[in-house]
Design a binder for this molecule. Structure first.
Ligand SMILES: NC(=O)c1ccc[n+]([C@@H]2O[C@H](COP(=O)([O-])OP(=O)(O)OC[C@H]3O[C@@H](n4cnc5c(N)ncnc54)[C@H](O)[C@@H]3O)[C@@H](O)[C@H]2O)c1
Ligand SMILES: [Zn+2]
Length: 671
C-alpha cells in the first residue's frame, strides 16, 4: 500500500470510530457489535504504530470515548477517569504481570481480582459523610453531573455509616441495570413499540442520562464500587480500602479477592467464567489490579488507561448448531429479510431457534451452504447473530444458500435500490404481508393506538376479507368482528371503542401511521408542524417538501410518489370521511407530552427560534411549570441572549443548570 492510501485509511478509521463512540456512549444505541468495533480499533492501533509520523494525541486510540451529552451541567474530575487495557487470555495477563515486575524492579506484587461490571462508570464525591456530587466519566477530564439521578439509586448511601471515612473523598464504581430490571424495561418498551436496548450496559447508561429522576428511580438501577481516591484514605492497599468502603455502606462485590500467583489468576478466571452466569447483573470480564497504592503510584498511567490494572474479557458466548433452512420474510415496506432457522441451541440461558441474516450481502460474505453448522453468538445483546460457518463439517455436495429473486409471498420479481443492500417486493398494494404489516403499524400505540388488534388479529382481519386496507377499519361492525374466531364480545367492543377514539389522534401521528416510506415518527412531526393539512401535503411539490427541516430530497420524492398512487389518495379520502384528523390543531406547534413533568423553569433573555411566549407555552404543553425568579426549586434556566447578570449569578450560586434553546428543544424532542 502506498503511504497516501495508508494515511487515508487512518483518517477514515478515526472518523468511523468517533462515530461509533458517539452512538455507543452518547446515544446508547451502538450500530455495530463490540467485536467489530474492537477490530477497527486494533487496525487503527497497528497503523499508528507502523506510522508514528501520523500518530495524533487526539486519536481515539489515545482517548476515552466521551459520554458528554446536552442537557447536563459538567464538572471537572480531580483525577482523570480512564479506560482499561484489554486482554483475552491468561497468557496476556501473564505478560502484564511480567511488565509489572520489570517496572517495579522485581518487587513482589499482590494482585486483586474483581468482576468487570458491564454498566457505566460513575464518580461520587462525599464530603463530611454526605454524597455531594455524582459525575459520569464524560471525556475523562470532565463529566456530566447526574447527582439527582444517582440519589434515586437505593443501594448508594446518601449518608455514610460506620467510621473512619476521610472528610472528603471520591469513590468510583459502575452503575448497572440488573438482568431482571433490564428484561422488565425491554418488555415494556416492546409493548410500547419503542426501540429495545441492545444490552444492560446501554440501558444503564441511557437511564442515567434521563432528565426525569422519577423515571430513573422507577427503572431500578444498582451500583457496585471498585476504587477509592483521596488524600487521607484509611489503608494503603486497594483491597483493604474497599473493605472499609463496604463498612461505610457501599456495595462492594464479594468476588473481590487477593491473588498471589499466575496459577491463582488462572483459577480465578476459570471459576468466574462459569459462575458469573449466576450473578444478578451483567459482567463482561474481570479486572486485575495492583494492590499496593504505592506501587500503583510508581506505575502511573498512560493517557488512556492505568498501567497498574488490566481487564480480562470473557469470550462472547458462542454455540455451534445446524442450519435447518433460511426463510425470507416480507416486511411492511416490502424489504425481504433472510432469517436462519436453526436446530434449537442453548445460549446465555435462552434457547435460540432463529437468527437474522440481515441481507443478501451477509449471506454471501458468510458463504452459507445448505445444512451448514453455524456459529451463533450472543454477547449480552438480545438478538443472536450468526458469526461464522464451520466449513470442516460441511457436506461435500451442499450447495450455497441462494437469496430468492421473487417475493416468497406474492411471487413478484424483487428489485434492489441503487446503493442499498435490501431487496424489495415492489407489489405494495397486492402483497399480503405488506398490507398486514401496514395495518399492524397503523393500529400501533404510537400511531393510531387502536387497542386489541395485534399481529394475529391483523392477519385474521385481512384473511377474512373484512379489512383490505387501513381505511376499512372504520366501517367494521360488531357483527363482523364477532365472526372472527379469536374475538369474543368484550374484545370486539374494546376494538370498536378504540377505533372510535383513534379519530382524535393528532395529525402528526396520522401521517406516521400511513406508512409512507422513510417517514418515521420524527419526520412525521416535522411535516405536520410545517404543512399542517393533508390537502396541502398531497399537493406539495418535492422541491417544497425537501425544504422542510430533516426532510431532504429522498424523503420528499417518497412522499410525492406515495400520494401519486390513486390507492393512497382514496385511502386518505375514506379516512377523512370516517372522521380521522387530517389537519394540525390550532394549539401551536407542540403536542402534549409529559417530558417535563414536575420541572420548574425560569425563562430569561432573547431567543431566536421561538418567542418567549411560545417557549412558555411549550414548557406547559410538555408538563413543566414557569416561574419568574430563580430559587432552589428551579430545575432549569432557559437562557437566550443577554440574560441579566443578576440572574446568571443567582443560577450559578444555587447550581441551577442553564440551558440554551437548542438544548431545550432537544429535551422536548423537537430537534
Ligand atoms: N459497539 C460500539 O459501537 C462500541 C463503541 C465504543 C466502544 N465500544 C466498546 O466499549 C468498550 C470500551 O469501552 P471503555 O473504554 O468504556 O472500556 P471498558 O468498558 O472495556 O473498560 C473500562 C471500564 O470498565 C468499567 N469497570 C467495570 N468494572 C470495573 C472494575 N472492577 N474496576 C475498574 N473498572 C471497572 C469502568 O467503568 C471503566 O470505565 C470496548 O469493549 C468496545 O468494544 C463499543
Ligand atoms: Zn410480495
Amino acid at each position: 500500500m502506498d503511504t497516501e492510501k495508508i494515511h487515508d485509511e487512518i483518517t477514515r478509521l478515526r472518523r468511523e470510530i468517533e462515530r461509533h463512540n458517539h452512538s455507543y456512549y452518547v446515544d446508547n444505541a451502538p450500530t455495530v457489535s463490540d467485536h467489530d468495533f474492537d477490530i477497527l480499533m486494533k487496525r487503527l492501533e497497528e497503523l499508528e504504530k507502523e506510522h508514528p509520523e501520523w500518530d495524533d494525541p487526539d486519536s481515539p486510540t489515545h482517548r476515552v470515548g466521551s459520554d458528554l451529552s446536552k442537557g447536563f451541567v459538567q464538572a471537572p474530575h480531580i483525577h482523570p477517569m480512564l479506560s482499561l487495557g484489554n486482554t483475552y487470555s491468561v497468557g496476556e495477563v501473564d505478560e502484564f504481570l511480567g511488565r509489572l515486575r520489570d517496572s517495579l524492579n522485581g518487587q513482589p506484587v499482590t494482585i486483586v481480582g474483581e468482576m468487570k461490571f458491564d454498566g457505566t462508570s460513575i464518580s461520587l464525591i462525599y464530603e463530611h459523610g454526605r454524597l455531594v456530587r455524582a459525575v459520569t466519566r464524560g471525556d475523562g477530564e470532565k463529566g456530566d453531573v447526574v447527582t439527582d439521578n444517582v440519589r434515586t439509586i437505593r443501594s448508594i448511601p446518601l449518608h455514610l455509616q460506620g467510621e473512619g471515612w476521610p472528610e472528603s473523598f471520591e469513590i468510583r464504581g459502575e452503575i448497572v441495570l440488573p438482568w431482571k430490571a433490564f428484561d422488565r424495561l425491554n418488555s415494556e418498551r416492546e409493548f410500547q413499540e419503542e426501540p429495545l436496548f441492545a444490552n444492560p450496559r446501554n440501558a444503564a447508561a441511557g437511564t442515567l442520562k434521563l432528565l426525569n429522576p422519577a423515571e430513573v428511580a422507577r427503572r431500578g438501577l444498582d451500583a457496585y464500587f471498585y476504587y477509592l481516591i483521596g488524600d487521607n484514605l484509611p489503608c494503603d492497599t486497594h483491597y483493604e480500602n474497599m473493605q472499609q468502603a463496604r463498612s461505610w455502606g457501599f456495595k462492594v462485590s464479594d468476588a473481590m479477592t487477593r491473588l498471589n500467583s499466575l496459577e491463582a489468576v488462572d483459577a480465578y478466571i476459570n471459576h468466574w467464567d462459569k459462575a458469573r452466569k449466576e450473578l444478578p447483573v451483567a459482567t463482561d470480564g474481570l479486572v486485575f489490579k495492583v494492590d499496593s497504592l504505592r506501587q500503583q503510584l510508581n506505575l502511573g498511567t498512560t493517557a488512556k488507561s492505568p498501567r497498574w490494572a488490566i481487564a480480562y474479557k470473557f469470550q462472547a458466548e458462542r454455540a455451534l448448531t445446524r442450519l435447518r433452512f433460511v426463510s425470507f420474510e416480507v416486511g411492511r415496506t416490502g424489504v425481504i429479510t433472510p432469517v436462519a432457522n436453526l436446530e434449537p441451541v442453548l445460549l446465555s440461558g435462552t434457547i435460540v431457534k432463529r437468527a437474522s441474516l440481515h441481507n443478501a450481502d451477509i449471506i454471501q460474505s458468510l458463504d452459507i451452504h445448505q445444512d451448514d453448522m453455524l456459529y451463533v453468538e450472543k454477547g449480552g445483546e438480545i438478538i443472536p447473530k450468526i458469526t461464522g460457518v464451520d466449513t470442516d463439517s460441511r457436506r461435500p455436495d451442499a450447495t450455497p444458500v441462494e437469496f430468492v429473486d421473487r417475493c416468497p409471498s406474492c411471487g413478484s420479481p424483487l428489485t434492489r435500490l441503487e446503493g442499498e443492500a435490501a431487496w424489495v417486493c415492489p407489489n405494495k398494494y397486492g402483497c399480503s404481508p405488506q398490507i398486514i404489516g401496514r395495518l399492524e403499524h397503523f393500529v400501533g400505540r404510537r400511531m393510531m393506538n387502536i387497542d386489541g388488534i395485534g399481529e394475529e388479529i391483523s392477519a385474521d382481519l385481512f384473511a377474512s376479507g373484512l379489512v383490505k386496507d387501513i381505511a376499512d377499519l372504520y366501517s367494521l361492525t360488531y357483527e363482523q368482528l364477532t365472526t372472527l374466531e379469536r374475538l369474543g364480545h368484550k374484545s370486539a367492543l374494546n376494538i370498536l371503542h378504540s377505533i372510535d377514539e383513534s379519530r382524535k389522534v393528532p395529525f402528526e401521528r396520522v401521517i406516521y401511521a400511513l406508512s409512507i416510506p422513510y417517514v418515521g415518527e420524527t419526520i412525521a412531526k416535522k411535516i405536520a408542524r410545517s404543512v399542517r393539512d393533508i390537502d396541502r401535503l398531497m399537493s406539495m411539490p418535492a422541491g417544497e417538501l425537501a425544504s422542510i427541516e430533516n426532510v431532504g430530497p429522498r424523503i420528499a420524492d417518497s412522499i410525492v410518489e406515495f400520494f401519486a398512487e390513486p390507492v393512497n389518495r382514496s385511502i386518505v379520502e375514506r379516512l377523512r370521511q370516517a372522521g380521522v384528523t387530517m389537519s394540525a390543531s390550532e394549539d401551536t406547534a407542540g403536542t402534549q407530552t409529559d417530558l417535563l413533568n414536575g420541572k420548574t423553569f425560569v425563562i430569561s433573555g432573547v431567543f431566536t427560534r421561538h418567542s418567549r411566549d411560545q417557549y412558555k407555552e411549550l414548557i406547559e404543553l410538555n408538563g413543566g411549570k414557569n416561574t419568574g425568579s430563580i430559587s432552589k426549586k428551579t430545575d432549569f434556566v432557559l437562557a437566550g441572549d443577554n440574560m441579566g447578570p443578576a440572574k446568571l449569578e443567582k443560577a450559578a450560586k444555587l447550581g441551577v443548570p442553564i440551558i440554551d434553546e437548542d438544548t431545550f428543544l432537544r429535551m422536548i424532542g423537537q430537534e
